[in-house]
Design a binder for this molecule. Sequence first.
Ligand SMILES: [Zn+2]
Ligand SMILES: [Zn+2]
Length: 276
Amino acid sequence: MDFIIGALDYFVTNLAEGMRIEGMRYLIGAGGTFFITWILLRGALANRRIRKALPAKLRNKQIGRELRNSSITILVFVFAYSLTEYTLQSIFGQSVFRIYTDVAEYGWVYLVFSVVLWTVGLDTYFYWTHRFMHHKRFYKFFHMAHHRSHNPTPFTAYSFAPPEAILVYLFVPIFFTIVPMHDVAFVSAMLIQIIRNAMAHCGYELFPRGWAQHPILGIFSTVTHHDLHHEKGNGNYGFYFTFWDRVMGTEHADYIERFARATENSSKLKTAFERI
Ligand SMILES: [Zn+2]
Ligand SMILES: [Zn+2]
């Protein structure tokens, strides 16, 4: 009983701060991507639209649902972080998260390397947990809420059911108990993560023509890669990279062709970038 009261107390104490940080991160990532791709560059990106846009009424209804789900996701993240920190502190008598604040402890090269390691680790974690959630036995419980957005928007990024939010979150304590990470590296990795996530759901191909076909650049996934996942409901399970999909044979056969189609008219986009 003492443990439950202690955990709740810890959560309530950190609630406002946690919501402020996570809310801000979501606002920058999802809100920022929405503003840039759907408002600021709307005209310039018109011929980069991967699929036909939803009618306004349906789209607004979807965004409303995504924002509701995302608010719950953020609350789940804050709650789960408080709970794991409190539990681990209760068991070990101190925090076992290997977050450090003095750059000199490991140096700048390690700081950058830890972000790369996070990115590669997260992509691997994402691929396998994503495939797990697509198993017909677990799909409804974990992942169906996310796929209700068949034609996604930047706000689809965190549109999860609470069980999926917990599974997504679990990467954080796993990584932190194994790998030392500077707090600036952590904040950077989390920011890159939400921006890249919102980009993957924005519905416009933002990568340059020839990217997906390129022997090296093609390892980095594009917007079309995840958009196809929402359209077809399977395949293309990776997040940052196409690596696991290619190794495991789960990449959509028409991925390259669809990417080429989404990027065939780039002239307007080029002009827009030149103007900025
Ligand atoms: Zn999925
Ligand atoms: Zn998605």
